[in-house]
Design a protein around this ligand. Structure first.
Ligand code: TXA
Ligand code: MG
Length: 433
């Protein structure tokens, strides 16, 4: 067994090496051809300079930002041609193996990859997660690298049973116990004192750990088969909208993740609620799929965290998040038409995501999505709509706001952070991979 693990780890390392060596080789060849081309341009008596320069630039560009962005766009489009379940060949184009979760042995194969130190994107009831064995320091580091995630932003550890809880958290207060019996498995993440056995890197050095038991059968089966708790942030590049379908993961992380388990679109669409239960009064760090009202019904008063000064209690809240590449403008329902007219005047490509507006007459919209129905439906389609607007090359996306209560609070939290302009999302190209 141990020998098998060593061999698998070596194989994983070898794949990683091959990927990086291939990248370096492409950059080296591209640079060499470019330099030769430029030299020839400077020596007009020898022909071929311009051709060499163009070829060099083309080779280099396959590893540079805009080409990667183009490739991602093309893949996302390709993925839309095969909606729901992705065809495996789409995955293989981009490096990751995409396995339909209900194919025989798919989850077992994914669990093997996790045990070998690999990265597996998997569905949960909220959004897709990017999983690594929580106790595997190297794999956890790879998660941060893959996402381009700031090292100060801790990960959530996913468990499949109460025994696993004991191995990651030191103490489970009485209030937490009550929440666990009411909401687990489900979209409530509890911040507890971290067990010393768990690497500090998972929690970005904090002495606490965020834990949740997801309510998706594939996630639970994966963790059970891996036999260990799985650390998993949302499977998007840092700052981008969370993925609610396998094709979103493929578009963001296809070149850095080993396996994507595809089980179709997720049910809830926004992430879990994060609640710190280490103090005497529980503190809501991130509104999410379980509303504060539901939590208060079980344990009474809950405070809401507001970051004023000093280190943040939940560092992830500091960063601009959930943002598509276009500007997001929040608009109250009664101001939609007025804002739409103003946006048209600006001459930019305009998109609209709304609940109450029928497709308006007037100048054509680059993107229009009406989601009639309740907040749950709006939440479910929110991030997918962001990505669809991006695909339609929208420059400014007007998004109708919802009431700030129940699930609406989670929706408004995501919208407000997507619309923040003070901290532009880090360009994907800036992220060292
Ligand atoms: O629904 C979800 O929660 C999804 C699925 C995949 O489970 N996961 C997810 O993870 O949204 P992520 O990494 O995108 O967000 C985790 C949030 C961040 O805001 C982070 O700062 C906070 O949880 N967090 C994690 N550990 C923490 C800790 N020890 N103390 C305070 N906040 C913590
Ligand atoms: Mg996230």
């Amino acid at each position: 067994m141990i020998l098998k693990d060593i061999v698998s780890a070596a194989r994983h390392k070898a794949r990683w090496l091959v990927r990086h060596v291939r990248r370096l080789a492409v950059i080296a060849i591209g640079s060499a051809v470019l330099v030769i081309g430029l030299v020839l341009v400077a020596l007009p008596m020898i022909p071929g300079g311009s051709l060499g320069t163009v070829v060099g630039l083309t080779i280099l560009s396959t590893e540079l930002g805009w080409a990667r962005r183009l490739r991602r766009k093309a893949l996302a489009r390709l993925a839309r041609v095969a909606p729901g379940r992705l065809k495996p060949f789409v995955g293989s184009l981009n490096g990751a193996r995409v396995l339909s979760a209900d194919a025989p042995k798919a989850v077992r194969r994914a669990a093997d990859v996790l045990r070998q130190g690999g990265l597996v994107a998997f569905p949960t009831e909220t959004v897709y997660g990017l999983g690594a064995i929580a106790r595997d320091r190297r794999a956890v580091r790879a998660v941060f690298e893959a996402k381009g995630r700031p090292a100060d932003n801790p990960l959530i550890v996913h468990i499949a049973d109460n025994e696993m809880l004991g191995s990651v958290a030191d103490e489970v207060p009485e209030q937490a116990q009550r929440l666990i019996s009411t909401f687990w498995p489900g979209p409530l993440t509890l911040v507890l004192l971290r067990s010393p056995g768990l690497p500090a890197a998972v929690s970005a050095g904090l002495d606490t750990v965020a834990v949740r038991m997801p309510a998706h059968p594939v996630a639970l089966q994966l963790i059970r088969l891996a036999g260990r708790p799985v650390a998993a942030p949302s499977a998007n590049r840092s700052g981008r909208p969370s993925p609610t379908a396998a094709e979103h993961v493929l578009a963001d992380l296809g070149d850095v993740v080993d396996v994507i388990l595809d089980a179709g679109p997720t049910q809830v669409g926004v992430e879990s609620t994060v609640l710190d239960v280490t103090g005497s009064i529980p503190l809501l760090l991130r509104p999410g799929a379980v509303s504060i009202e539901e939590i208060e019904r079980v344990i009474g008063r809950v405070d809401q965290y507001e970051h004023r000064a000093g280190p943040a209690r939940s560092p992830g809240l500091n960063h601009r998040h959930y943002a598509p590449s276009c500007d997001v403008q929040l608009v109250a329902p009664h101001r939609l038409i007025e804002s739409l007219n103003a946006a048209h005047v600006s001459g930019r490509r305009v998109g609209v995501l709304c609940r109450n507006l029928n497709a308006p007459d007037g100048p054509a919209l680059a993107y229009f999505r009406q989601v009639p129905g309740d907040e749950a439906e709006y939440a479910r389609l929110l991030f997918a709509s962001f990505r669809a607007a991006e695909q339609a090359d929208v420059e400014v996306l007007l998004v109708e706001t919802v009431e700030d209560r129940g699930l609406g609070r989670a929706v408004m939290d995501r919208l407000e952070r997507a619309a923040r302009r003070d901290q532009p999302a880090r360009a994907i190209e800036e992220v060292a991979l």
